[in-house]
Design a protein around this ligand. Structure first.
Ligand SMILES: [Ca+2]
Length: 75
């Protein structure tokens, strides 16, 4: 069986930039929540923080590009 096709780095970067509304280079809880809602997924702030915690390696409560990329490449 073939493995699932992975998004390319360029595609990931585009998703990241779409989520990073204020172009700060980091995605905060609010921005990620908005991204989920735009995709029709409703999540609570608490759930969102849990998701960020899984992706956020530096522990600053935000997701930067390397963390985002690492997270998706680990699938
Ligand atoms: Ca941001």
């Amino acid at each position: 069986m073939e493995s699932c096709p992975k998004p390319t780095e360029a595609q990931l970067k585009k998703i990241f930039e779409t989520l990073d509304d204020d172009k700060s280079g980091k995605i905060c809880v609010k921005e990620l929540k908005r991204g989920f809602e735009a995709a029709g997924v409703s999540v609570t702030d608490t759930e969102m923080k849990e998701i960020i915690k899984c992706i956020d390696k530096s522990g600053d409560g935000q997701v930067d590009w390397p963390e985002f990329k690492t997270f998706f490449e680990s699938f």
